[in-house]
Write a protein that binds this ligand. Structure first.
Ligand SMILES: [Zn+2]
Length: 571
């Protein structure tokens, strides 16, 4: 038998004894009274809610009475022994004391509202340490455990920046919208606080970087300042941002009209320092824009653009490379032989690499062999007029023909390359003549290429050809001459001499008796000129080799011719 049962029996026997006594004595019936105390003494939350689970003590004024209690049903049967803990939620405690002698206290009741649980919440966005521009939207979703039965329910959401209350809202799901325009840029602490009706609260902080300022792009420069076509140039710039320590930047090269030419491959993450991006330069010379687009972590974007020029400069090294190939690798280029044809192939290959379409004119020599003129055409802005610039590429055996005329044909390749992207009014026709040299020492048995070229020109083409320049032997000697036979118009010769005089070039006139490819053009009535350096005593000999070329002479000729064409026909 348990102790409690023993006690009940004990209590009942006591009541029986008391009852016997009472029936014999005059009646003085006393009903016990139970007092209820809680700890804490009263609700410590709002609206009657306990945030601390209260300890309930029931005490009867009759020491003989037994105190009973129950939760939520008005039928107290449980005997009170020790302090009771109120359960979570809203519950009613029923209680009374009785002595078992028929004098029971009537049932009392008290409602307890207990919510000791803190509400919880999540900040759905933005993430901690996020960089923010524009309005900051803090999405909060809060919940109080089991609102229906056991909890007081959510009361409000609050948002603080530092210690300043920014907003409060009675809702469980809410997006705070903070206008950041007037917040000083930088790292700011935001705190979300959620309260339930009992007054339980929970808070959480997030740091956000407020940044409404565009990054700054400074010190923009291109190195070299005027880059060459197809080269690489470096765009230098300095980035700064008040908040972000790292900024993304992209560099673009665009045409003046905005067409994209190239862009840096990856967006690079760069610090607050001088940064650079190597960029491939366009194929064509002209004016371009480079555009730097910087973006900070918050998404603020800054764009800086600047104009720059891309040039296609004359480069003597290219001429040297061509001449090495023509006079040393190929060597003697007797007309109509495989060596001459190989030279034509080399020239054609280079022209295609420069972006030219090429054409060949085939013609038969007096010895029955086949030779070719190689032609590249640069269409002018005024295609009704044309200007021919030619150089023969064959050599007189046994000479490797470095000066005669590896120099002219190599120079002409570099001239064609540099003219490719330029705006020129007349159409430029570059011709590499085959078979200029005399065959069998017979006078007139020569100039096969240029003769063939002129023979194919009809009257209207001759009329529209405003000039012809032959570049032949420009790498040996001390005197730079412009020459003609005076059998055709002298207008081009005079114009070249004028240009040379005005620009301080030492070019002098020397009459010629038909020793280069200009002759047939002159005879066709086309203003023609031959550019030549004199005197070369070793031409047509094996000693006319690559090693003895005076590169200054070649360089002066190339630059002079280029300047002359641009000055007279450019734009
Ligand atoms: Zn020659």
């Amino acid at each position: 038998m348990s102790r409690s049962k023993l006690r009940i029996i004990g209590a009942i026997s006591l009541l029986v004894v008391a009852g016997l006594y009472l029936t014999q004595a005059t009646l003085a019936v006393s009903v016990p009274s139970t007092s209820l105390k809680t700890h804490p003494a009263s609700s410590d939350g709002r609206d009657g809610w306990f945030k601390t689970i209260p300890k309930i003590t029931l005490e009867s004024d009759d020491a003989t009475a037994v105190t009973y209690y129950s939760w939520d049903t008005p039928d107290p049967k449980q005997i009170y022994k020790y302090a009771i803990k109120a359960p979570q939620g809203k519950h009613t405690l029923y209680y009374y004391s009785g002595t078992g002698a028929g004098a029971d206290e009537s049932i009392k009741q008290k409602v307890f509202k207990v919510d000791s649980w803190r509400p919880s919440f999540i900040i759905k966005a933005p993430k901690h340490r996020k960089h923010v521009r524009g309005p900051l939207r803090i999405k909060v979703r809060a919940y109080d455990p089991d609102v229906s039965a056991q909890s007081s329910g959510l009361s409000e959401l609050r948002l603080y920046m530092g210690s300043r209350l920014l907003a409060k809202k009675k809702a469980s799901v809410y997006t705070f919208k903070v206008r950041t325009r007037y917040i000083k840029p930088g790292k700011r602490r935001f705190r979300v606080l959620v309260k339930d009706k009992a007054g339980n609260k929970r808070g959480r902080s997030r740091h956000y970087f407020i940044d409404n300022k565009k990054p700054v792009i400074k010190t923009v420069a291109v190195e070299p300042s005027v880059p060459s076509v197809r080269s690489r140039a470096t765009v230098f710039f300095k980035l700064a941002d008040r908040v972000s320590r790292r900024i993304f930047a992209t560099v673009q090269i665009r045409k003046i009209d905005g067409t994209l030419v190239s862009r840096s491959k990856r967006r690079r993450r760069m610090g607050k320092k001088l940064v650079f991006q190597s960029m491939k330069m366009p194929e064509q010379e002209g004016a371009y824009i480079y555009r730097i687009i910087a973006r900070d972590y918050a998404g603020n974007r800054q764009v800086k653009t600047a104009k720059f020029k891309v040039e296609n400069p004359w480069n003597l090294n290219n001429v040297k490379n061509h001449l090495f190939e023509i006079s040393k690798v190929i060597g003697v280029r007797d007309e109509g032989t495989a060596a001459e044809h190989r030279t034509a192939d080399y020239i054609e290959g280079k022209l295609r690499a420069f972006g030219y379409g090429t054409e060949r004119q085939a013609f038969r020599l007096s010895n029955g062999r086949l030779s070719y003129n190689v032609i590249a055409r640069k269409t002018g802005t005024d295609p009704g007029r044309q200007f021919v610039i030619g150089a023969h590429y064959d050599s007189q055996p046994p000479s490797p023909g470095a000066n005669d005329n590896g120099t002219g044909s190599s120079l002409l390749l570099e001239l064609a390359r540099t003219m490719k992207g330029k705006k020129i009014r007349p159409t430029l026709i570059f011709v590499w003549f085959g078979a200029e040299e005399r065959i069998g020492g017979v006078r007139g048995n020569e100039h096969f290429g240029s003769r063939h070229f002129v023979s194919l020109m009809g009257p209207s083409e001759r009329a529209s050809t405003i000039g012809m320049i032959s570049v032949d032997m420009v790498g040996v000697g001390h005197f730079f001459h412009v020459r003609s036979t005076q059998r055709g118009p002298m207008t081009l010769v005079n114009d070249i001499l004028n240009f040379a005089g005005q620009n301080g070039h030492a070019v002098s006139y020397r009459r010629d008796y038909g020793a280069s490819d200009h002759l047939d053009f002159e005879l066709a009535g086309i203003p023609s000129a031959w550019l030549e350096w004199r005197v070369d005593n070793l031409f047509h000999t094996p000693a006319d080799n690559y090693e003895r070329i005076q590169w200054d002479a070649v360089d002066i000729t190339g630059r002079f011719l280029s300047n002359y064409l641009l000055n007279r026909f450019g734009g």
